[in-house]
Design a protein around this ligand. Structure first.
Ligand code: GDP
Ligand code: IMO
Ligand code: MG
Length: 484
């Protein structure tokens, strides 16, 4: 007999599309039932919004369980941590009278994002439109395995075990990259894209040392701590950042993030036993979005929208000012690009981390089906269902979805796996009847109109999974449980 407990006490929440599905709001809702909530990938590139009683918090590195003071918080091995931003976030959350410092533990294997990584991201990774948080270079360092003082990966454990060494390695990396990219840095400064502070070795190192010291006390030296907690029967919820569509291995390279984002990554990042896996929840949003460059076959307005959303001038305030008085006319327009802008304004779809306009598109059931099977999801939550009512006022009056693609004129039932392949694929759009009334005050499934039940049934059948909850608004209570 195994000496281990065989309880399936570990549940995982992942995003099924290209990010911002509303993972955070569901983790926030579920967290009360868990002893631990952990983040297992990514860093400050994530932005998870939680809303309750009229208050809103945007979390980047802390798990979305912060609201529940009895829940302990864990940052997993495959995360990359920005010390200054993490400390800023802790202070922000604590300003809401929620204590964090006494319940946060960081895996000793997590990596620290160094000042040089952020400079590298800003200077060398502009093509894919990253969040400029140093994510790619920090993950690259974990793979380079250099010795000595340069290009080294600094792990959280180093902050605890060999702080002086870690800081001198970060300084050597910074001086090296600062010199190597000097011409490019000057050019960016000339264009007003970078400030002197952002590249000052002394300023960056002073801050890095200060905040690294502060986060060192959260580092858990014992790599088995969480495993022991599980053995004791503690319940654990693991939250994915980014989403399965941005997975570094299976997403459309190079337009992906730098971490593995799916369910398997949750176990790789915590070393919790596979037998502990219980609920595997995928979160998708009824009108999917993408930020940054990259293929998005069902995008409203296609490449015109992609280019438009990259323009820094097109902020939320600018769009509201420009189009505020003709939103309904744009929504009803035959031009999907215009309809997309109207949907974005109505849905408040702007990045939680970078504030960029989110590109919007039709629900892609092909990619959802793949997310279900590749992650063995046993539950699906659909957010922003309330937004589907806006389609009633569009030119077709119906909800667009895609269930197959055309590739070189041939129908295919899977999404191509490279960026070029996905750009070349043509989605076949279908139109389904959707809600025509405001759903935001509905709380029980019996109150949902019959067309909503039909639409949900249709989607379930096409993605091979049951939808157990739908979101009808951003707040915690704006949710309809379909199982009751
Ligand atoms: P995450 O990164 O997956 O946690 O998602 P984000 O927080 O970045 O983006 C989701 C956005 O949708 C946030 O502004 C949420 O407040 C909002 N949201 C989440 N669920 C719903 C919903 O059911 N309806 C509406 N209207 N908004 C929602
Ligand atoms: P959450 O957790 C949406 C996108 C970036 C860019 C690409 C690579 O809120 O869903 P990176 O900074 O990770 O190297 O950028 O990935 N991206 C996200 N898009 N939501 C996110 O996080 C994202 N994190 C990264 O826009 O296209
Ligand atoms: Mg987000």
């Amino acid at each position: 007999m195994s000496i281990h407990s065989s309880r399936s006490n570990v549940d995982v929440v992942i995003g099924m599309q290209d990010g911002d599905e509303g993972k955070g709001r569901f983790v926030d809702e579920l967290a009360a039932g868990y002893d631990w909530v952990g983040r297992y990938n990514g860093g400050a590139n994530a932005g998870h919004t939680i809303s309750w009683q009229g208050k809103t918090l945007k979390l980047h590195q802390l798990p979305s369980g912060v609201q529940h003071e009895k829940t302990k918080l864990f940052i997993g091995a495959h995360c990359v941590i920005n010390p200054e931003k993490l400390m800023g976030e802790i202070r922000e959350v604590e300003s809401h009278d929620l204590k964090v410092s006494n319940r946060l533990r960081i895996s000793p294997y997590a990596s620290v994002i160094q000042p040089s990584h952020i400079i590298l991201d800003k200077i060398t990774m502009r093509d894919i439109g990253t969040t400029k948080n140093g994510i790619g270079p920090a993950y690259a360092a974990t793979r380079l395995r250099k010795e000595g003082h340069r290009d080294l990966d600094i792990r959280a454990a180093h902050l605890e075990e060999d702080f002086e060494w870690a800081m001198s390695a970060a300084r050597a990396n910074l001086i090296h990259e600062r010199e190597r990219w000097n011409d490019e840095i000057r050019e960016e400064m000339r264009k007003g894209n970078m400030t002197a502070d952002e590249v000052s070795v002394e300023k960056l190192m002073n801050d890095f040392i200060r905040y690294s010291k502060e986060i060192a006390r959260f580092v858990e030296a014992d790599p088995e701590m969480l495993i022991r907690e599980w053995r004791k029967g503690k319940r654990i919820l693991l939250e994915g950042a980014q989403a399965f569509g941005l997975d570094v291995t299976s997403g459309p390279t190079p337009n992906v993030t730098s971490s593995n984002t799916g369910v398997h990554a949750a176990f790789a990042s915590t070393y919790l036993p596979l037998e502990s896996s219980g609920r595997r929840i995928g979160v998708a949003k009824a009108i999917p979005s993408r930020v940054g460059h990259g293929p998005f076959p069902t995008e409203f307005g296609g490449s015109q929208s992609e280019e438009y959303c990259e323009n820094k001038r097109h902020t939320e305030a600018w769009e509201r000012e420009q189009y505020g008085d003709r939103i309904e006319a744009m929504l009803a327009s035959d031009d999907p690009f215009e309809m997309g802008i109207a949907l974005r304004i109505l849905g408040g779809e702007y990045g939680a981390t970078t504030n960029r306009p989110r590109r919007l598109g039709a629900l892609d059931l092909v990619r959802l089906r793949h997310a279900v099977s590749a992650n063995d999801l046993n539950e699906v939550f659909l957010t922003k269902f309330d937004m589907l009512s806006d389609f009633a006022r569009t030119a077709t009056g119906q909800v667009p979805v895609t269930n197959s693609y055309l590739r070189n004129g041939r129908k295919i039932q899977y999404a191509p796996t490279t960026s070029a392949g996905l750009y070349a694929a043509e989605p076949e759009l279908h139109y389904l009847d959707g809600p025509t009334t405001n759903l935001s005050t509905i709380r029980s499934k019996d109150q949902l109109p019959s067309e909503v039940h039909r639409l949900i049934g249709d989607i379930e059948q096409r993605i091979n999974a049951k939808i157990s909850k739908i979101g009808v608004g951003p707040s915690r209570e704006q949710m309809v449980n379909l199982k009751d």
